[in-house]
Unconditional design. Structure first.
Length: 373
């Protein structure tokens, strides 16, 4: 990747795969966004919750595309190892802090062009285990953070939400962004109330927010999470465990972490007329799968697996998602298939990169908090 040298590189190098007319609009957007800066200015993005599974990938990706990255995170699982390699990069800055701490956050918000909100207790199980912390962080902390963003000279805010918000839908339907939300867990309920809060700010804030409802993630990351379906299934089958799959015919959309990083960058760079106060499902229809479909793909590469099936598991979610809007408006389609992710992980497992997952469980998933907030 060529280093981004000038503001016009944002349009013409970062986005060379897009149609020329859009590149021109992105160029005009960059001219407005950075009008007071010199030509060599590198925009600064604050990644709140940037030390996690997705955030570490987004950090490296934005650095590669010429941005300055400031990560604000309280390393809630003790995952300090994941930020250490970034500290050699002069365009990277780590600030330890909690989104519930207004004073610390105030400092982190200084001189940033845009903010990506990734922080929180992520996933249904961790929010069930820690309901009080979940309320404090995922509801109060996030809303408090958002309420601090106005008047700070921030142009774009990206809130990372989840397709889990759809919960349970009729099997033959695909949920587009206006499909009725049916959050079933504390985790998704907090995402839905945050989305509502953000959308209620229209005409009352000086920045442009976008809500990205992410599919379930897969793909390698410095902070690996084996508590996510594809990674967990591949890991367990690779090591010859018997896999118990609940409700094999339930649907879920998946998306690779590298594709998420691209979509976040694109949201930061696209003209606000396309993104402001917009909600996008983030993923692609080729990666809508049942759990059975995921297992079938894995067993192509790991034969003779022991898989058992049961109905009526604890997680009733079942949703297939329509990704037309992000494709049409943001020209976004995932470049990684579920099969790519499975092969990538098997390659890493066969090179002994994840031999110690079972003995160091908490280093590889969202199971136990390091601190009580
Ligand atoms: N991973 C997925 O499958 C998935 C799917 C849909 C949406 N998302 C969303 O993407 C975002 C990132 O998910 P992830 O998988 O990287 O999760 P993660 O748990 O790996 O990362 C979350 C980060 O937030 C930090 N954090 C938690 N509480 C904090 C606090 N009080 N103050 C500051 N930092 C705090 C954690 O230390 C961690 O680094 C989340 O908003 C999540 O809801 C993820």
């Amino acid at each position: 990747m060529k280093k981004l040298n000038t503001i016009s590189d944002i349009a013409y190098i970062n986005n060379k795969d897009l149609p020329a007319s859009i590149q021109k609009e992105i160029f005009d957007e960059a001219r407005i966004a950075y009008k007071d800066k010199d030509e060599n200015y590198q925009p600064r993005v604050l990644l709140i919750g940037g030390a996690g599974y997705i955030g570490t990938i987004v950090s490296q990706y934005l650095l590669d595309y010429g941005y300055q990255v400031r990560c604000y995170d309280n390393l809630i699982y003790g995952q300090y190892n994941n930020v250490l390699p970034f500290l050699n990069n002069t365009n990277y800055e780590f600030i330890y802090g909690d989104i519930c701490n207004q004073m610390e956050l105030e400092l982190a918000l200084k001189n940033v062009d845009s903010v990506v909100l990734l922080a929180g207790l992520v996933g249904d199980p961790i929010t069930k285990t820690y309901p009080d912390e979940s309320e404090l962080i995922n509801e109060k902390g996030i809303i408090n953070t958002i309420s601090m963003l106005n008047g700070k000279g921030i142009r774009k805010v990206v809130f990372i939400s989840t397709c889990s918000n759809y919960g349970l839908i009729n099997n033959d339907e695909l949920a587009a962004e206006d499909y009725q939300l049916n959050p079933l867990s504390l985790y998704a309920k907090a995402k839905v109330s945050t989305e509502k809060y953000i959308l209620s700010l229209k005409d009352n804030v000086d920045y442009h927010p976008t809500i990205l409802r992410f599919a379930t993630a897969f793909g390698l990351s410095p902070r690996m999470r084996f508590d996510l379906t594809i990674s967990e299934f591949v890991h367990d089958l690779y090591f010859g465990k018997e896999l118990l799959v609940y409700d094999a015919n339930t649907w879920r959309p998946y998306c690779h972490v590298a594709d998420f990083a691209l979509l976040i960058r694109r949201t930061l760079e696209f003209p606000v007329s396309y993104t402001s106060f917009e909600v996008f499902n983030a993923g692609g229809e080729i990666n809508n799968f049942t759990k059975q479909g995921v297992v079938d793909h894995i067993t192509k590469f790991i034969p003779n697996c022991a898989v058992k099936y049961k109905d009526h598991g604890a997680d009733p979610r079942n949703y297939r998602v329509n990704f037309s809007k992000v494709k049409e408006i943001m020209h976004f389609e995932p470049s990684f298939s579920v099969e790519d992710g499975i092969q990538e992980l098997i390659f890493a497992l066969s090179n002994h990169l994840f031999d110690s997952v079972d003995s160091n469980r908490n280093d590889f998933g969202n199971y136990k908090l390091k601190l009580s907030t």
